[in-house]
Structure formats: structure tokens, C-alpha cells
Design a protein. Structure first.
Length: 155
């Protein structure tokens, strides 16, 4: 039998990698600041002051060292559990402006930018609590409202 056709077979690989998982959710929102007048809100946000909805796609990227034993940056089950709690359960089929406390009453305007930043911080915090952040960090969150509009937050 001679040499293997796959000379690296059985070798443990190492190094850094990034992994991106997409979460889909449907939600409604409106842009409104309760500390502004109706006129100020209309001037700043226009038609977005009316409640409207989107089918969002949220891409969360984590980066870190590839575990030499598992070949993974992070256990996908752990990442999926965090994304279910911090993204899907928090936002799916909700009115973000009313049902999500951090955005209620204009505390945060639910723009794509604010949603991306909020999700970045929540996922990062949840992974830290779970002890998954020894070598893993959230490096990018992209929130897409539709095919023509997305917002990105990166470290």
C-alpha cells in the first residue's frame, strides 16, 4: 500500500477561524423618540414613524482559535442556544417598539444599526456568561431588513 493520498490525514489542525450563523425572524417596529414632538419625529424618520414589519436576517459571526480536538471555533449547539434566546425569542413575531423593554417607548430607536449593536452586545455577554469566550469573540453582526438594506457592527 504506499503513502496515503491524503498526507495530512489524522493531523490536528490549529489556527484561527470565523463562523457565521444566520437567524431569521419577523418583527414589527417604528422609529419614534418619546422625548421628541410628533413634528420632530416625522422630520427625522418620515414614513418609518408608522408601525411596519420586516422579515429580518441576522448574521452573527464569532471568531477564535480552532479547537485542536473538535476542529471547531465554538460548539454549534451552544451558539444556537444563545442565538435562540438573545435573538429569535426576543424579537420573532414581536413589535420591537412595544415588546422589547430596551426599545420600548423610544428608549432605543429600533434602527438596523441599533439592532445590530444590541444583538452584538447581548450575544457577546451571553457567551461570556456561559464560559464560551475563552478564545471566542463576536466579531460581526449584520442585520438585514430586506435585500436592499442592512446594518453592520464589527469589533
Amino acid at each position: 500500500m504506499g503513502a496515503s493520498r491524503f498526507p495530512d490525514a489524522g493531523r490536528k489542525l490549529s489556527g484561527e477561524a470565523s463562523l457565521t450563523r444566520r437567524v431569521i425572524f419577523a418583527a414589527a417596529h417604528r422609529y419614534w423618540r418619546s422625548d421628541w414632538t410628533e413634528e420632530q419625529n416625522l422630520e427625522a424618520f418620515g414614513a418609518s414613524t408608522r408601525v411596519h414589519g420586516h422579515s429580518y436576517a441576522c448574521d452573527v459571526t464569532v471568531s477564535g482559535k480552532i479547537d485542536s480536538e473538535t476542529g471547531m471555533v465554538i460548539d454549534l449547539g451552544r451558539l444556537d442556544a444563545v442565538l435562540a434566546a438573545e435573538v429569535r425569542e426576543r424579537f420573532d413575531h414581536k413589535n420591537i417598539s412595544n415588546d422589547v423593554p430596551e426599545f420600548r417607548d423610544g428608549a432605543l430607536v429600533p434602527t438596523g444599526e441599533n439592532l445590530a449593536r444590541f444583538i452584538f452586545e447581548r450575544v457577546q455577554g451571553a457567551l461570556r456568561v456561559q464560559g464560551a469566550l475563552d478564545d471566542v469573540r463576536v466579531t460581526r453582526v449584520v442585520v438585514r431588513e430586506d435585500e436592499s438594506l442592512s446594518a453592520e457592527v464589527a469589533d
